[in-house]
Design a protein around this ligand. Structure first.
Ligand code: BF8
Length: 675
């Protein structure tokens, strides 16, 4: 077996301090190892390259070739009127709003194009054009069909009977795909929102017409010389973001559940320690489960496992990175090897025989790291290739999905014997329970006769659960890996706030052991701990990938429907956060939560700070318009307390701010009440 080649760096580069770079011991070990081998990682690059100060403020306009026009905020602020303007006269507000809008467009496009691909595969399934994918959850299809205006019953001889299932599937497929480009009407799923929210959007004129149109319109309106009113630009942000959360992302989640199965709680593990020295390691990274589902099936097939054994391995260990990792975690229990910031580190173990990537959140530097080891880096998506010549491209096509998947798995198995001797897999891994969703929360926390979310609402009303927080999103190399996630989540559950998580926050919490029922007793306040222990759930519920933030929207809607906590999402004692965000998708998610009535706080930075008037619009005015608003706080503990303060305000408005005593009523008391 060839030795692991060691690539020496040519010039001295600033190196990250591993302990300052990550709170995770396994990651620290791998960062150190990379440095010893002379391989740079994102952690080293982050200490060598500073972010641009003007871009960080959101006030660099590069939308035409007369610029870039740069409008930094003067150090001492602005006294009097803000006279800053670009060559065309664009103000700091216009520039920051345009940049913000283009981030929403980028994020909504990424989620929604993912959704479109899923809808196209579902169309093939419904039309029986592929044999590799099937409908695994027919009940979910029947549940979503009416939301597309598709009948599930038909009248035969004056009697309502079940409609032909295949016919339902075909009609749902057609209607779902049309959501991206239909010429009239509005998105079907908008009416799934609480009615007051839908009516609010209608009144504001932000009901999305079709998904693509809202994204295209952002690009038009932010072109040089078009929309120059930051409030009007932001209105279109809302329309496109709603088209993401209540459109593209929600359709992606639903149709993935229909085809691959609706997640249900299961046990797994997380962190680099899930890699196995004596097995073929295939790491799946990216976002679309269309590919990863098939790789899971191929890798678990007897044919492939036998082949791996014939090649000297004990089996095939699959693991995930980023959201595709979350997708296969929640449906198959495949353990995530790490979060976004650990993608290079997985290869640095020397134990990864193949890393298979599709779309989104993939570092181009993976190719450079893979070059230093035997790892085969395989791109699979026609829209996401890499220029480096050591990258293999095996294009994945749903019409021969299993064949493609087997080709990839075979390649990984064949590569097992090429491993260098210097395999170093960190020991760290933690147990987790993942796979929650709207349906399973209903099952675990629901009352059997008084409405599905009644028990959850009851526990919020009686104060055992103070409120609900959605803590989601990325890692960001500008902060210590995972630290803001973990500190915020621990502070929230300590204060009896139940946490719903998705994306890399979910993986970070899993690595920290917060996704187990046992963690409740250690980390939670007495109320939340009692509920978790009684019901047997973790205090942090992992709802999946970033498109699955749509599950949080629907869970919030169910809470509203169950009653006792107001009439709209904006009435709930709830808040959202992305303490380590970095991607445009996070901005789109943040904005659809705000437009749905949620107080949403981001960490790290927000590219609006250079335009104080526009920032005020986001941080204050929006609350009067949508019920939700943006906020920014770098310190995760402070941010958690800002969320808790918001939750307490909502409790007060609902009149549930004082814990209610349980009163044993006499017959006389009851008669008085009834009278
Ligand atoms: O869609 S949380 S780093 S992996 S963008 Fe990327 Fe952010 Fe992770 Fe998932 Ni979401």
């Amino acid at each position: 077996m060839p030795e692991t080649p060691i690539v020496k760096k040519e010039k001295t580069q600033k190196l990250a301090d591993p302990v300052a770079a990550s709170m995770d011991v396994a990651s620290q070990q791998m960062i150190r190892r990379a440095q010893e081998l002379g391989i740079d990682t994102i952690f080293d690059r982050a200490v060598s390259m500073k972010p641009c100060n003007i871009g960080t403020q959101g006030t660099c306009c590069k939308n035409c070739s007369m610029g870039p026009c740069r409008l930094p905020l003067p150090k001492d602020g602005i006294a009097g009127g803000d006279e800053r303007k670009g060559l065309c006269g664009a103000t700091a507000n216009t520039i920051a709003a345009r940049n913000f809008a283009r981030m929403v467009a980028g994020g909504a496009a990424a989620h929604s194009d993912h959704g479109r691909n899923v809808a196209e595969v579902f169309y093939s399934v419904a039309h029986k054009e592929t044999k590799d994918y099937t409908i695994k959850d027919p009940n979910k299809l029947l549940a979503i069909a009416p939301h597309f205006g598709v009948d599930v019953k038909v009248e035969v001889d004056g009697e309502m009977v079940d409609r032909d299932f295949d016919e339902i599937a075909r009609e749902v497929a057609k209607k779902a795909l049309a959501e991206w480009g239909k010429p009239d009407g509005e998105l079907h799923y908008l009416k799934r929102a609480p009615q007051p929210l839908y009516e609010r959007w209608k009144k504001l004129g932000v009901l999305p017409r079709n998904i693509d149109r809202e994204i295209v319109e952002i690009m038009h309106r932010t072109h040089m010389g078009v929309d120059q009113d930051y409030k009007n630009i932001l209105k279109q942000c809302s329309r496109a973001a709603i088209a993401d959360g209540w459109g593209g992302s929600m359709i992606a989640t639903d149709l993935q559940d229909v085809m691959f199965g609706t997640p249900y709680p299961l046990q797994s593990e997380a962190n680099l320690g899930v890699l196995k020295e004596d097995q073929v390691n295939i790491v799946i990274h990216g976002h679309e489960p269309v590919l990863s589902e098939m790789i899971v099936a191929a890798a678990q097939s007897k044919e492939m496992v036998d082949y791996a054994k014939a090649k000297g391995a004990k089996g095939i260990q699959l693991s995930g990175i980023c959201c595709t990792g979350n997708e296969i975690l929640q449906r198959h229990g495949v353990p995530p090897a790490g979060t976004f910031l650990q993608q290079e580190l997985a290869i640095i173990t020397g134990a990864v025989d193949a890393m298979v990537v599709d779309v989104q959140c993939i570092f181009q530097n993976l190719a450079n790291v893979a070059k230093c080891f035997h790892t085969k880096l395989i791109t699979t998506h026609p829209i996401a290739r890499m220029e480096q010549d050591n990258v293999l491209h095996i294009e994945f096509d749903e019409h021969h999905a299993m064949e493609d998947a087997k080709k990839i798995v075979t390649m990984a198995v064949d590569n097992f014997e090429n491993r260098g001797s210097e395999v170093m897999i960190p020991r760290q891994k933690a147990t987790q329970i993942a796979g929650f969703g709207v349906e399973s929360i209903e099952y675990h926390l629901g009352g059997s006769f008084r409405g599905s979310y009644y028990t959850l609402n009851d526990n919020i009303i009686n104060g055992r659960i103070r409120g609900i927080a959605g803590v989601v999103g990325c890692n960001n190399a500008r902060g210590r890996h995972n630290e803001a996630h973990i500190e915020m989540v621990k502070e929230l559950i300590k204060n009896d706030v139940i946490v719903l998580t998705t994306g890399c926050n979910g993986i970070a919490c899993a690595m920290e052991g917060l996704l187990t029922p046992e963690s409740a007793r250690v980390f939670c306040g007495p109320g939340l701990s009692e509920v978790c222990e009684t019901v047997g759930i973790p205090p942090v519920l992992h709802l999946g990938s970033c498109v699955d933030n749509s599950r949080i929207l629907l869970a919030a809607t169910e809470v509203v429907k169950a009653g006792g906590l107001g009439n709209d999402i904006g009435d709930l004692p709830a808040a959202g956060a992305a303490p380590e965000w970095m991607s445009e998708k996070a901005i789109s998610i943040g904005h659809y939560f705000v437009a749905s009535g949620v107080y949403t706080i981001f960490g790290v930075t927000l590219p609006v700070t250079g335009a104080p008037v526009f920032q005020k619009h986001l941080f204050e005015d929006l609350e009067k318009i949508y019920g939700g608003k943006w906020d920014l706080e770098v310190d995760p503990i402070k941010a958690a307390h800002m969320m808790i303060a918001h939750i307490d305000e909502k409790r007060k408005a609902l009149g549930i701010d004082k814990a209610r005593e349980r009163v044993l009523m006499t017959m006389e008391d009851r008669q008085k009440l009834e009278a």
